[in-house]
Ligand binder design. Structure first.
Ligand code: HAX
Length: 432
């Protein structure tokens, strides 16, 4: 059965299961909210549903029940490759089942049919100044594609609610096929004199992305596959996922939802942290000249950063309370392919030095590294040194998870989101 038919069956079954569950348990309490939580980023408030993944503070993310090591082992690989294909994580996130080679092949074929990006998108981006941030261009490119939305068109024509997910699926597939093309365009426009590289339809999604960026080494293909799998989903409450879900809940098209999600991802406390990490490490390295810094040097540098009132990028997390398993997966990749890289050695030393510093500092609830502490060094090693661009990789990947959920939001007929807000006066009056 093809992916869309598989989804049709699954959505129908899950919608019945959900409605039976709601009938029995709908009025039970899932979470209570303290005043602190209302003021402090709603941490820990359970108030939304996200089918694709669940985050345990100590174990890390599970994609449809599978851990990162399991996903790395069990998802189909490219011929001769060892890292999982992102087409496979999309299949897993959207269906809940591990894909076969044929399932992945079908997605690849679908993407190939949907890759064309209209010229006006590139014209729009070319109108932007070259010192624009790549995330601004990426988000704008996606936004400009809104005109292509099959969902928006069908909605205007008055399709019934039961068909919303089908057109959302079509947009999701079109958009996933096109994201690497827009992303690669942004890279070549900003950093390579607008010398664009045509896609190579014989390559898988991730390898083709690397190819269009101008990096054709097999190791970069492998890194890109791993990178695009690892960043794909991290529950629904993080800023990018929640934004995509929230905007989508107004029945805005997937193009509008993903463009908005990218704007959230572009914040320095979220996806932009990966560029901040590399910037911080390179500044640190430069401050020691030719000499390789020692652990004591790193400790002092970390304290200088903290004492200047800044955060140490790449460490800490709103939910995780141990080393991010995505960090560990990247570390394994580095140990295999670039153990002698100087920046990797600094990243390794920071792994030992920073957690005790943050514990002594006494503020961060989680002193351990997150994914952003490791991703940049790998890209840098292979010559992708424009670190302002790193969040775009994250964005291409994160779209997989957000779009998967958007199909489900529409399949389950979830309504527009509208939590209740209050004022301090209201709180003073009502909270005694
Ligand atoms: N360095 C210094 N201080 C830190 C810190 C760090 N790495 N992490 C947390 N803190 C501080 C917070 O700024 C906060 O200080 P105030 O009380 O003065 O406001 C205090 O410790 C408590 O914060 P927390 O509850 O532990 O963390 P939050 O849930 O508020 O924030 C963040 C989580 C990830 C934003 C935070 O740890 C941080 O700023 N880390 C550095 C930036 C970063 O790596 N971001 C990427 C996170 C992963 C991600 O989303 N990627 O996209």
């Amino acid at each position: 059965m093809g992916l869309k038919d598989t989804l049709r069956t699954k959505i129908q079954k899950r919608a019945e299961e959900t409605s039976a569950f709601l009938k029995e348990h709908g009025e039970k309490i899932l979470s209570e909210v303290t005043v602190n939580q209302a003021y402090r980023g709603m941490r820990g408030v359970k108030c939304m549903v996200w089918e694709g993944s669940l985050l345990d503070p100590y174990e890390g993310i599970r994609f449809r029940g599978y851990t990162i090591p399991e996903v790395r082992e069990m998802l189909p690989k490219a011929p001769g490759g060892e890292e999982p294909l992102p087409e496979g994580i999309f299949y897993l996130l959207v269906t809940g089942d591990l894909p076969t080679e044929e399932n992945v092949k079908e997605i690849q074929e679908e993407f190939k049919k949907r890759m064309e990006v209209p010229g006006y998108v590139f014209d729009t981006l070319r109108a932007m100044p070259k010192d624009s941030h790549p995330m601004t261009l990426f988000s704008l490119g996606i936004l400009s594609l809104q005109n292509e939305s099959k969902f928006a068109k069908a909605y205007r024509e008055g399709i019934p609610k039961t068909q919303y997910w089908e057109y959302t699926y079509e947009d999701a597939m079109d958009l996933l096929a096109r994201l690497p093309i827009i992303a690669a365009f942004v890279y070549r426009y900003l950093y390579k004199d607008d010398q664009q590289i045509d896609p190579d339809p014989s390559l898988d999604w991730a390898a083709n992305f690397a190819h269009m960026l101008g990096y054709d080494q097999p190791e970069v293909y492998e890194l890109m596959r791993l990178y695009l799998v690892l960043h794909s989903d991290h529950e629904g409450g993080n800023v990018s996922a929640h934004t995509g879900h929230l905007v989508g809940s107004a029945l805005s098209s997937p193009y509008l939802a993903i463009s908005s999600a990218m704007n959230g991802l572009a914040g320095p406390l979220h996806g932009l942290a990966n560029q901040e990490v590399l910037r911080w490490i390179l500044e640190l390295k430069a401050s020691f000249g030719d000499k390789m810094p020692t652990k004591e040097d790193l400790e002092k540098y970390a304290w200088d950063t903290l004492n200047a009132g800044k955060v140490i990028p790449g460490f800490g997390h709103a939910v995780l309370r141990k080393t991010d398993p995505r960090y560990t997966a990247f570390r394994e990749f580095a140990l295999k392919y670039l153990p002698d890289d100087e920046i990797f050695q600094i990243v390794s030393m920071l792994y030992e030095v920073i957690p005790p510093v943050l514990m002594k500092h006494g503020k961060a609830k989680n002193p351990w590294p997150n994914v952003d502490a490791h991703s940049g060094v790998l890209l840098y090693h292979y010559g992708i040194r424009e670190f302002d661009y790193y969040t775009v990789f994250f964005g291409v990947s994160r779209s997989i998870g957000i779009l998967s959920q958007l199909i489900w939001d529409r399949g389950l007929g979830l309504p527009i989101e509208r939590p209740k807000s209050v004022t301090l006066e209201w709180l003073k009056e009502n909270i005694k």
